[in-house]
Design a protein around this ligand. Structure first.
Ligand code: ATR
Length: 274
């Protein structure tokens, strides 16, 4: 049994709601594995209380926080400093409380890239088509560009794709209706929409025009195998599941708060997938 001391380090995840978050499982697995005197807790904070709660948690001795829906943009605004990726994404998912103030990072894109590489995929091996234009699309798009990838956004609401592409030059846009026929031009397809998640409709995405080397990635991780990934598998295409992104995005925060760079191992995968 792990016993906390009076100098235990504290971190947590804030969202509204936060009860669905798998981050406590991830971080507490690592705290146990590395026998660290620390705890990681869920912190449900209402949107109207966010801006006052965060500095209070820093003053109360927390080392930092993960931030999930709907607070990622508000988190950006409470930071004294943000890293380049957070700046480009316009959103923060990791806060580090330092004596110099609140530091914001965005590790979603890092997590996505680390998961891709873990699957042996080079993100810059060819043009990338990103489905969706929300916060997830923005974070992943920014990270892919930093890795040297050429990206195109396609979204049901064309104006959102256009606005995102304008914010991340030289990103391109593609009409939503063209997403299937145009697939032949892409090396990597990424679903960043919520379609395919449990209780959501499946994404309509026929892969008939895909080249035989297309890699298909989904950020949805519940179910682990989304209808999109199942279709990709049936066609002999390489699927990249979303759970790995969630596990890898947690690494930089844990390292900053607890001083150990943790490993994403199979036991962690099994525990979080369960
Ligand atoms: P997040 O910040 O988590 O990415 P979001 O901003 O709500 O969430 O974005 C959700 C994405 O899923 C959007 O690109 C959305 O498309 P719209 O901009 O047209 O709303 C996309 N999406 C959600 N439901 C969809 C549906 N039924 N068909 C197509 N796209 C859908």
């Amino acid at each position: 049994m792990k016993l906390l001391s009076g100098s235990a380090r504290l971190a947590g995840v804030t969202g509204w709601p936060v009860s669905h978050s798998r981050s406590p499982r991830i971080h507490n697995y690592w705290l146990n594995r590395y026998e660290i005197d620390g705890a990681y807790v869920p912190l449900p904070i209402r949107p109207e209380d966010f801006t006052t709660s965060i500095p209070a948690l820093a003053k109360a001795g927390f080392a930092g926080l993960n931030v999930t829906i709907p607070h990622k943009e508000a988190a950006f605004a409470v930071c004294d400093r943000v890293d380049e990726t957070a700046h480009r994404a316009g959103a923060v998912n990791t806060l580090v409380f330092t004596p110099q103030g609140i530091e914001g990072r965005n590790t979603d894109g890092y997590g996505f890239l680390a998961n891709l590489r873990r699957h042996g995929v080079n993100p810059a091996s060819g043009p990338v088509l990103i489905l969706g234009a929300g916060g997830a699309a923005r974070g992943i798009g920014a990270a892919l560009q930093e890795a040297g990838a050429e990206i195109t956004f396609t979204n049901r609401t064309a104006e959102r794709a256009a606005a995102l592409a304008a914010a991340l030059p030289p990103a391109k846009i593609l009409a939503w209706e063209q997403r299937e026929a145009a697939l032949t031009d892409y090396a990597l397809l990424i679903n960043t929409t919520s379609l395919g998640m449990v209780h959501q409709p499946a994404l309509e995405m026929n892969l008939d025009h895909a080249s035989s080397t297309l890699v298909v990635a989904d950020i949805v991780f519940s179910p682990l195998e989304t209808p999109l990934l199942a279709t990709a598998k049936q066609r002999g295409l390489r699927p990249v599941e979303g759970l790995g992104m969630l596990l890898h995005q947690a690494v930089p925060g844990f390292a900053a708060w607890f001083g150990v760079t943790p490993e994403v191992d199979d036991a962690l995968y099994q525990i979080v997938a369960a």
